[in-house]
Design a protein around this ligand. Sequence first.
Ligand code: AMP
Length: 213
Amino acid sequence: MNIIMIGAQGSGKGTQAEALERELGLTPCASGDLLRDHIARGTPLGQEARPYYERGDLVPDGLVIQMILDFIRSSGGRGITLDGFPRTTPQAEALDAALRQMGQRIARVLYLEAPRALLLDRLSGRYICRAHGHVWNIKTRPPRTPGICDYDESELYQRSDDTPEKIAHRLDIFFSETIKLLDYYSAQHKVTRIDGAQPIEVVTAAVLAAVRG
Ligand code: AMP
C-alpha cells in the first residue's frame, strides 16, 4: 500500500509517517530528508539541489522525480508513505506513470490541514535528529533529554531553512503551488482531509482510520 501525505511545513507529515511505519510497516520516504542527505554528502544531486534548498525554493522537478523514483524502485514493492513528494503536478504525473509501470498505485492521499499561525508556531520550535531525521518540537513534542533524539540518541538540530523568512517563503509556495495537488488527487477520489491541528495521537487515529478504509 502506498500513501501520500500532503500538508504544509509543520502540519505533522513526518510525525504521522513515523506512526504509519510503526503501526503498518510502511516505509517513510521524505523527499526533504533524502535531499538533506545528498546535500550533506555533497553528491552531484546534492550540489545541484543545494542553492534551491537554501533559498527555500522548490528543487527542479527533474532532480526530485529521479531521486524519489530511485527510492521507490529500491524499496522492492513494500508499501511506502510519501512525505513532501509530490509537490507539483508534473511530479504527481511522473509518480503515477512510474507506479503504473511497476503495477502499483497510490491507495490514499491524506491532507493534514492546519492554520498558518499554528504552522509558524510549530516550525519555530522544531528540531530534527541528525541520524534519521526524527522530528521533535520543544513546545509540542519534546524529547526526554533536551537536544537528544529519544529513538537513536543522536544530536538534534534546527534546519537551515527553518528561519522565519524562509519558513514564510516555503509556506507561500505550499499554499500557492502544492495545494493544487488536492484537485489532482480529488479527481481520482483519493483525498481524505484530516484536521492536523489536533493532538498527535488524535491525528494518528484519523490517519489510521483513513488508510484502513
Ligand atoms: P521539506 O523537508 O519537505 O520541508 O523540504 C525541504 C526542502 O527540500 C524544500 O523547501 C525544497 O527546497 C526541497 N524539496 C523537498 N521536497 C521537494 C519536492 N517534492 N519538490 C521540490 N523541492 C523539494
